[in-house]
Design a protein around this ligand. Structure first.
Ligand SMILES: CC(C)(COP(=O)(O)OP(=O)(O)OC[C@H]1O[C@@H](n2cnc3c(N)ncnc32)[C@H](O)[C@@H]1OP(=O)(O)O)[C@@H](O)C(=O)NCCC(=O)NCCS
Length: 423
């Protein structure tokens, strides 16, 4: 049985890039990985080295060995009615020889302390496996849709959609990084979960298209919905097609990498183009929000195969700051009790009031209406997971049902939470 020695966790710098990448590749087997210096530089270009951490454990000879890595992107996270500074945890990997010895546990503790010190009340991540992060207080706060639609799926009419000017181009980072970055930035506001993606490196990565990443499909293409007056674009779809044949019939697919539309007519016009490309038989949606207009536009919503999965996981790092950073749908005055083993400063009874004045969250000694783990509070935080639903699942203990109901109503939000950037 391997020992549970506490890993030594410390900052990594650019000089550690090679060791960092090696642990990443042990964690994530990648048959398409390239060692070309340009490809490696591009891959690492979004890393914030001053927020990159390594966990060391002794190897068989007693030498310290880099066993685990992670980094953080400093992002802005839209929350209901506002936004918060968020530590977006990413590049999490533990070398297979050192797994299940507490390396990730140590790195998460270190990460949460670091986020709190920097004044980030929330941490968020995308999970490679949905079973990993609940134990650390991360709640599944948004869901996504994925699946495929047959070519030619009919769409309802939208006024003005046939007049939207659509451009089709091969993607080049120089030409499209800012077009995509600016449109993404404008569209994300008001959508809880849709984190910022604003560094120059991340803007370029959003449209980068190294050949070793194409997996047999063509190079990246873009449909752009132009503004009539030459102003900011109304939307875009990044996609590629495969050249597939079944016997003598074309059976290519359209693989959508990212879709953003800023108005209904642009969305309708872009989807119509994607759904009607010659020599294809289907459109593959990688991920869409659960309230995506496409779902309402489909004349036959059963024609495709659409599934749902977890999307962004949210962890409250500084509970009162996080809860007062968001708005609430109705007035609220409720006391609840929170369990939080990793961040004990979040644990205890809190009174949350919201109304015409900004929300307040203060310690309380009054009897709580309900009690829950910080994980469930993280799940409900973005307004898309109902506290009553969590209570029905037995994950919230209720002593005052009306208190729970008013909290559930106040926490809910009309725009579905979703993060379109899998960082
Ligand atoms: C997932 C990963 C980071 C876990 O690291 P680790 O150092 O083995 O995790 P720990 O030893 O700290 O495990 C802590 C607990 O989580 C559990 N756990 C860890 N990974 C798990 C997984 N993939 N599924 C279910 N449980 C998991 C452990 O069993 C342990 O439970 P216990 O406390 O009841 O014994 C590591 O296995 C890995 O690098 N995997 C491949 C890359 C990856 O998926 N990275 C995550 C990107 S989001």
């Amino acid at each position: 049985m391997p020992s549970m020695a506490t890993p030594r966790i410390t900052g990594l710098g650019r000089d550690d890039a090679e060791a960092f990448l090696e642990v990443d590749r042990w964690g994530f087997p990648d048959p398409n990985a390239s060692d070309e210096p340009d490809a490696v530089a591009e891959m690492l270009s979004g890393i914030e080295w001053d927020r990159t951490r390594g966990a060391y454990l002794p190897d068989l000879d007693g030498q310290d060995r880099l066993a685990g890595i992670n980094t953080v992107y400093s992002v802005d996270l839209p929350v209901p009615g506002g936004s918060v500074a968020c530590a977006a945890l990413t590049w999490v990997s533990v070398h297979p020889l050192y797994r299940r010895r507490g390396v990730l546990t140590g790195m998460i503790r270190d990460h949460l302390l670091g986020a709190r010190e920097r004044g980030e009340p929330v941490s968020a991540l995308h999970a490679s496996e949905a079973t990993i992060y609940g134990r650390f207080g991360y709640g599944s706060a948004s869901r996504l849709l994925y699946g495929e639609l047959p070519r030619g799926s009919k769409l309802r009419e939208v006024p003005g959609a046939d007049r939207v000017r659509i451009r089709l181009e091969a993607v080049t980072p120089d030409r499209h990084a800012d077009l995509v970055g600016d449109c993404y930035e404008a569209a994300r506001k008001g959508r809880p979960g849709m984190v910022s993606r604003n560094s120059p490196a991340h803007r370029r990565q959003a449209v980068s298209d190294p050949p070793h990443r194409r997996k047999g499909a063509e190079s990246l293409r873009i449909f752009v919905a132009e503004a009539d007056d030459g102003g900011p674009v109304r939307g875009y779809a990044l996609f590629r097609r495969t050249d597939t044949w079944q016997d003598i019939r074309p059976a290519g697919s359209v693989q959508i990498r990212e879709f953003v539309a800023r108005d209904p007519a642009a969305a309708r016009a872009l989807w119509a183009r994607l759904l009607n490309l010659d020599l294809t038989s289907k459109v593959q949606l990688d991920h869409r929000p659960t309230d995506d207009p496409l779902i309402h536009l489909l004349v036959d919503p059963r024609a495709g195969q659409i599934s749902t999965a977890d999307n962004l996981w949210v962890r409250l790092v500084d509970l009162p700051v996080a809860l007062t950073a968001r708005h609430y749908t109705t007035d609220l005055d409720v006391v609840f009790e929170v369990r939080d083993e990793l961040c004990p400063q979040n644990a205890g009874r809190w009174r949350l009031t919201a109304g015409p004045k900004p929300a307040r969250c203060t310690p309380s000694t009054d009897p709580p209406a309900f009690a829950l783990d910080v994980r469930e509070l993280g799940a409900a935080y973005l307004g898309s997971v109902s506290l009553t639903g969590l209570a029905e699942a037995g994950l919230v203990s209720v002593t005052d049902p009306s208190g729970l109901e008013s909290a559930a109503r106040a926490f809910s939000w009309p725009v579905a939470a979703y993060c379109g950037w899998t960082f």
